[in-house]
Design a protein. Sequence first.
Length: 167
Amino acid sequence: MVRFVAAMAAALLLAGCAESAPGAPVPTTATSGDRTGPVDTKVPVELRPVLSVDPPGSPTGPDALAGDDGVYQVAPSIGEFTHFDDVAVQEIPTGGWAVTLMLPSDSALLFADWTSKHVDEQLAIVIDGKLIIAPRIESAIVGGTLQISHRYTEADARDLARSITGG
C-alpha cells in the first residue's frame, strides 16, 4: 500500500457530487466526474483529530501514529465509517488529482458541525490502526462531501482511494 502523509499540503475541501452505478470499482480512467457509487469498506475508516506532530521516531502509546514526516499524536475518533455513498478520483482544475468521498447523510450533519469548529486543523484518516493521511481542514464541510486534494498523480490518487476503501 502506498502511504500518503502529505499532512501540510493535502487539504479537505467542500466539493460537489454526482451519482453512478452502485458497486463500481475505482475508475481506471478519470475525468472530472468519474464516480464509484456506494462503497462498503473492508475495515472501518476512523477520523481522528491531530493534536500534534512530533519529530520522526517510534510512536509510543495507542494515540501515537507513525507518519512519513513525524509521529502524530491523535485524539479519540470523531467517527468510524464502513460505508461511503460515493468515492471518486478526479482531476482538479488547479492541477493534480483528488479523492472525493461522500459521507452517508446520517453522518454528514455531525461532520459539518465538527469541521466548522476545527477549520485549519488536521484530521487523521486511520485504517486498521495505521495513519493513511492527515489533511488540513480548509473550510467547514457542510455538504457531506469531502475532497482530499494535493498535487497527486492519477496513480497516487487511485492508490489513496484504494487505501481508504480497502479496494
